[in-house]
Design a protein around this ligand. Structure first.
Ligand code: SF4
Ligand code: SF4
Length: 121
């Protein structure tokens, strides 16, 4: 794989916010469902993480993508810029802006009501 500097690697991200959506996993089937609820640390106005340097400490499930773990891409939305690049797909440049609600405003038991089936995930 091509070598990327830190800046080059970071610049691939389109800040679409889709990887920051809360996901639910069916315990029986293992199937993963996206919701329109977004991580409490996502700043929808600036379209970025508000705790970027501490994200993995504050949110242990937050995946820090790097050239060394691109095999984890299958956990990312299909339209993530990294997946599109490494899977040679046409880019779909949509974002979550205006379509999400913060995790801070949703009770955990209500998350199921927020499952979405967006085509661009
Ligand atoms: S901590 Fe930041 S990068 Fe991680 S899911 Fe939340 S908003 Fe996204
Ligand atoms: S889904 Fe991919 S392109 Fe979108 S914000 Fe996350 S890492 Fe960046």
């Amino acid at each position: 794989m091509k070598k990327y500097s830190k800046e080059e690697w970071e610049s691939i991200c389109r800040r679409c916010g889709k990887c920051c959506l809360i996901k639910l996993e069916d315990e029986n089937t293992g199937e993963v469902y996206y919701t329109n609820v977004i991580c409490r640390y996502f700043d929808e106005e600036k379209m970025c993480c508000s705790v970027y340097d501490k994200r993995c400490e504050l949110v242990p499930t937050c995946l820090k993508l790097s050239p060394d773990n691109v095999d984890k891409l299958s956990w990312m939305p299909k339209t993530c810029a990294y997946r599109e690049l490494f899977e040679n797909k046409q880019p779909i440049k949509t974002t979550v802006k205006g379509r999400v609600i913060s995790e801070k405003a949703v009770k955990e038991e209500d998350l199921e009501d927020h499952i979405v089936d967006w085509e661009d995930l």
